[in-house]
Design a protein around this ligand. Structure first.
Ligand code: ECB
Length: 134
């Protein structure tokens, strides 16, 4: 059985989100609000087609993509920089490379036990988030 990320997931830990946001150039006031948030992710997966809706009391972000098909991402409400994104499978991990102005930008999702993990990368910063099923 291939891995299935579908479900509703609540953030339980968020290591170095501050460093990641600094690397993205997010201003101090926005960072202060953003690091208090406990976002929820709703993931709908149909084979290689993904809908990932990250919601919070402050801002929401919707991403839809198909594994292996590059797309334009606008990062609206995040850092608002456009990039070209490509998501691929690396074994059971979902790996996104976000090519644009920021070096080494991307993320990786994987499942570990009952937890959903997300590593967010930008320049020399790595943020590690863990989510549990709602
Ligand atoms: C949408 C909830 C977080 C809102 C934070 C608001 C302002 C901070 C600005 C920029 C910080 C950059 C990223 C925020 C972290 C998480 C949002 C989604 C990260 C992401 O790329 O998730 C992927 C993989 O699940 C799907 O887009």
């Amino acid at each position: 059985m291939p891995v299935d990320f579908s479900g509703t997931w609540n953030l339980v830990s968020n290591d170095n989100f501050e460093g990641y946001m600094v690397a993205l150039g997010i201003d101090f006031a926005t960072r202060k609000i953003a690091k208090m948030l406990k976002p929820q992710k709703v993931i709908k997966q149909d084979g290689d087609s993904f809908y990932i809706h990250t919601t919070s009391s402050f801002r929401d972000y919707l991403l839809e993509f198909k594994v292996g098909e590059e797309f334009e991402e606008d990062n609206k409400g995040l850092d608002n920089r456009k990039c070209k994104s490509l998501v691929t499978w690396e074994n059971d991990k979902l790996v996104c490379v976000q090519t644009g102005e920021k070096k080494n930008r991307g993320w990786t999702h994987w499942l570990e036990g009952d937890d959903l993990h997300l590593e967010l990368r930008c320049e020399n910063q790595v943020c590690r988030q863990v989510f549990k099923r709602a």
